[in-house]
Ligand binder design. Structure first.
Ligand code: AMP
Length: 115
């Protein structure tokens, strides 16, 4: 049996995380190495390794993740000040966890382009 990745283990409550929101399709928790005052990870419960593996049938799920991002950004008080949603896919983008996730980053001003 292939080893579970760390986010699947968080979904299954095998390791702890500071979970802010959960429903039947997704989970939102704090990044363990925050890069800003607000740094959350929004993940589907479905095991999708990266954006390369998003299927047609996932379209509604991806929409649900973005509606969750919008709502959590409001709750965290960054909807007006602004925030960044980051998806790293593959080695050049430094993806380290092979489970689709969106970083929701805010609470400070940021620069562009990213490093
Ligand atoms: P990425 O480089 O896009 O794959 O980002 C993975 C993110 O997961 C990094 O920002 C890590 O700090 C974060 N991370 C790794 N392990 C944990 C964990 N156990 N709990 C919360 N965040 C984690």
């Amino acid at each position: 049996m292939p080893e579970k990745n760390i986010f699947k283990r968080i979904i299954d409550r095998e390791i702890e995380a500071e979970i802010l929101f959960e429903d039947d399709r997704c989970l939102v928790f704090r990044d363990i190495m925050p890069q800003a005052p607000v740094h959350l990870l929004v993940i589907p419960k479905k095991e999708i390794p990266s954006s390369n593996e998003i299927a047609e049938e996932d379209a509604e799920l991806i929409g649900h993740l973005f509606l969750t991002i919008r709502r959590i950004a409001e709750e965290q008080g960054v909807a007006e000040s602004g925030y960044r949603v980051v998806l790293n896919c593959g080695p050049d983008a430094t993806q380290t966890v092979r489970h689709l996730h969106f970083h929701l980053i805010g609470g400070r001003s940021m620069s562009w382009p990213p490093g």
